[in-house]
Ligand binder design. Sequence first.
Ligand code: SF4
Ligand code: SF4
Length: 459
Amino acid sequence: MNEGNTDESYRDTISIVSDEGKRKWIYPKKPKGRFYTARTVISIFLLAFLFGSPFIRIDGHPFMLFNIIKREFILFGLVFTPQDFYIFGLVMIASFVALFLVTAVFGRIFCGWVCPQTIFLEMVFRKIEYFIEGNYKSQMDLNNSPWGIKKFFKKISKYIIFFLISFAIANTFLAYIIGTDELWKIITDPVSQHVSGFISIIIFTGLFYFVFAWFREQACILVCPYGRLQSVLLDKNSIVIAYDFIRGEPRGKFTQKEEKSLGDCIDCKKCVNVCPTGIDIRNGTQLECVNCTACIDACDSVMDKIDLPRGLIRYDSMEGISNKVKFRWTPRIIGYCAVLVVLVSTIGVLLANRSDTDVSILRTPGMLYQNQPDNKVSNLYNLHISNKTFEEKSMKLELDGIEGELKLLGNEIIIKPLEIYEGNFLILIQKEKIKLTNTPVRIKVISDGKVIEDISTTF
Ligand code: SF4
Ligand code: SF4
């Protein structure tokens, strides 16, 4: 809470719900200022990356792919198979810890600058809305005006463009999952050949259209789990978008301020008018604030006009505003940093030691040894090899450390790119060579004349 504000009634309501319990449509004023420009530049890069990366190819292979159906995952050109899921799991945990750390230090900065929901809503859909329907007051007037040719034309053109962008996002989303080649087939082949793909595109298009044309800020306020965690992730040392109530209060019009009895806030409500979630940041940090910086730009422009220093609303912590403490290494931040260093180092080591293939050899469960001619006994083994490269691999197995014979059951081992080979083989050993119940044996896995794995098992 803003310590300068003792009225906490705003905590009893949500900015997007009216007193009658209905949705209050938010008409934010078009932001303008240095932060908005910086966010626009960053969003152009992020959007270019999002829409472009499914089309990037390295040696003819995708740069990014998350094919859940075929269990193929490519991240920045690196192939991950289901066997690498422990690395994926660690990356996910590290991402969460990094997000908690960033939130503890800089609040919800991710939401304002990087989150796809904010980027698409504020930097794509809202900009189109401003372009077609004008600024917030024109939008309100248009919505309250009776239907006519002008209103019909504006609304229909806006919704057609929204639909087309949603369609483009849905296709891009699908390109990340099935790859651009498969997507191209869905687009160009008759619908009957790709019914499920076509239905997926329609469902995703509808979902994105619903979120960006109608649901909007409710996704951040009511649905997003990260937003709802803010109350436990933030503390008074977190740098958030904050109103300097010490400098600003008591608020009042400029003419009164000249009498020096009031603070710097002239109560123009420009910071409230630009807010895409409809809150008044002067009440203090609130769950609805997505750190979009629009109120900073709005207030800075007011301060420029009345010749007062910028930064009445700025990035700062409660401690920064109350006690002028800029940043403090709290035990929580140190703890997050320590965990993150351990996780990132572990991931680095695992990635550095990651091989192109994963081989696992297991005695076939439930099978006993078999007596064979020439006084030999045999055991059956299961072989599982996954090829994590884009090249076909041919391999052979050799018995090592004991005299005997390794006999592959079936064809030679040839594994297609990104595929898994599953087969069986027998190990045959002379009875007199077997001294223990579990005789240790080693199997060399050879590819391109090189031993790529030396696996220990028992006979
Ligand atoms: S309070 Fe400011 S930063 Fe937060 S959502 Fe509203 S305009 Fe954006
Ligand atoms: S924009 Fe600045 S001066 Fe105007 S109401 Fe908001 S905080 Fe006060």
